[in-house]
Design a protein around this ligand. Structure first.
Ligand SMILES: [Zn+2]
Length: 222
């Protein structure tokens, strides 16, 4: 089963990908992680690396190649969860050709969130500048207001978690993702939308499982 996972910033996409991976016994393939790994390993990705740092799109061909290599590994033979790919319609077309050629059916899962609740959740985030421990004023507050439990350092709001930054990330996500989701709709790909706004991760996970269950069309294809 090929699962293509979409989720806005703050939708808990990474957590859901992990839960799905454990439950289904198929790898979580995150293009973001793959690219970061390559860069850490000293691979020369040229301008792609620079673009990644500035938050721009990494060139389609490079990502297509990385993903193909990864999906060809033995552990992905019975399925995989794609996270962060496809990010453009061109990448989506490329992936569809690749999957069609292998008779693999895909299901697209879109984790939808209410933006106001995401902003509320994310702006409650605090971080310890000394040890890096993360807190959340509503779900995981420090024992003493605004101070780290471990070292008593005054907590800060990371730049990424500031409201203006979050709004911009959400808008960028919308702009980038909408055409890809439209592409899948037009292509007749099975697309399930799951509300991931406010419920605990386990609840959202159950919802995803329910939505994708019984739709392994790859079986009909064999
Ligand atoms: Zn600390």
């Amino acid at each position: 089963m090929a699962i293509v996972l979409f989720g806005s910033p703050g939708s808990g996409k990474g957590t859901q990908a992990k839960l799905l991976s454990q439950c289904l016994g198929i790898p979580h393939v995150s293009t973001g992680d793959m690219l970061r790994e390559r860069i850490r390993a000293g691979a020369d990705l040229g301008p792609a690396a620079a673009r990644m740092h500035s938050g721009e799109l990494v060139r389609d061909e490079l990502v297509n190649r990385l993903v193909e290599e990864r999906l060809s590994q033995p552990d992905a033979a019975s399925g995989f969860i794609l996270d962060g790919y496809p990010r453009t319609v061109a990448q989506g077309e490329h992936l569809n050709e690749w999957l069609d050629a292998r008779c693999v059916a895909e299901v697209v899962v879109h984790l939808k969130v209410d933006y106001n609740s995401i902003i509320a959740r994310l702006t409650g985030r605090r971080a310890c500048p000394r040890c890096g421990t993360l807190y959340n004023l509503s779900t995981k507050p420090p024992k003493v207001d605004e101070l780290c439990d471990l070292d008593g350092e005054k907590l800060i709001i990371r730049e990424d978690d500031q409201e203006e930054v979050i709004r911009r990330r959400l808008e960028a996500y919308e702009q980038q993702t909408r055409p890809v989701l439209d592409f899948y709709r037009d292509a007749g790909t099975r697309l399930v939308e799951v509300d991931a706004s406010s419920d605990p991760p386990q609840k959202v996970f159950e919802r995803i499982c329910l939505a994708i269950n019984g739709h392994d069309r790859a079986q009909d294809c064999r």
